[in-house]
Design a binder for this molecule. Structure first.
Ligand SMILES: [Zn+2]
Length: 256
């Protein structure tokens, strides 16, 4: 897939007229519609005024095709963390509020179970053997301080996931490290869970998490892997590097 063209189709092209003659001639072409400038991202020649003019060093930063794809993967990961984090955090907060009203929760649960039954039957949910109800039941019967520990642990885990979400979305390097460390820390627990009972959901989550850790370590050059921090900096295209990348881009014929 051509990620650069997709990004240009969505956000528009990125053209720049450098004041340096040699670079300018390589990045421009005469068309019947006037001078066209080569897009720094996708390499197409775009007629009309360039989006910017100036010195070579002032050329705007541009993401190349693989970096655009990586950003899509990272943002998908961020959304997944965000949704999970929000759900877990809300459960944690709800438990904190319930800690002093265990009796009422128990009464409420018993009242609502018969009401839920017809709906559960409709969707084929066996409410009497439901793990969710079983877990809720455990909470109801748990000692207050046990409930507190569970509530704090869930809230903390939810907050951690939300922090990863925001950092990954903003493409922060600390978030990539945090995600790798935090996700790795939970992998042994996930393996233990899987040894206990194998479900498609658990196995899928484990595979995604292991893949995410390996992918982040390799493609983001974390912990000195695959060239380390210097390789990450070298991949950034800005100024002269952005222009040279665009000049090397294949563009057979100028777009009229
Ligand atoms: Zn373009």
């Amino acid at each position: 897939m051509d990620w650069s063209s997709r990004a240009c189709a969505r956000n528009g092209h990125l053209t720049y007229a450098p004041s340096h003659d040699e670079y300018a001639s390589k990045l421009s072409a005469a068309t019947h519609a006037g001078t066209a400038w080569k897009c720094l991202r996708c390499g197409a020649f775009i007629p009309g005024e360039p989006h910017g003019r100036g010195a070579i060093e002032d050329a705007p930063a541009v993401l190349h095709s693989r970096q655009i794809r990586d950003r899509v993967i990272i943002r998908t990961l961020a959304v997944e963390r965000g949704v999970r984090g929000l759900i877990v955090l809300l459960i944690g907060i709800a438990l904190m509020h319930l800690k002093n009203s265990q009796e009422s929760l128990e009464v409420q649960l018993q009242k609502s179970l018969p009401l839920l039954k017809p709906f559960a039957d409709q969707i084929g949910w066996d409410i009497n053997n439901s793990r969710v109800i079983h877990i809720l039941d455990l909470f109801v019967n748990a000692a207050p301080h046990t409930l507190w520990i569970i509530a704090i642990a869930l809230s903390g885990y939810g907050a951690l996931q939300l922090t990863e979400c925001v950092g990954l979305w903003k493409q922060k390097r600390w978030a990539e490290y945090l995600t790798v460390v935090a996700t790795s820390a939970f992998i042994p627990i996930e393996v233990y869970e899987l040894l206990h009972t194998v479900t498609f959901l658990k196995a899928g989550a484990l595979v995604i998490n292991i893949a995410a850790v390996i992918w982040l370590l390799w493609s983001k050059h974390l912990f000195g892997i695959n060239g380390g921090a210097q390789a990450a900096v070298d991949e950034e295209l800005i100024g002269r590097a952005a222009l040279e990348y665009a000049i090397a881009l294949h563009s057979a014929t100028p777009t009229p």
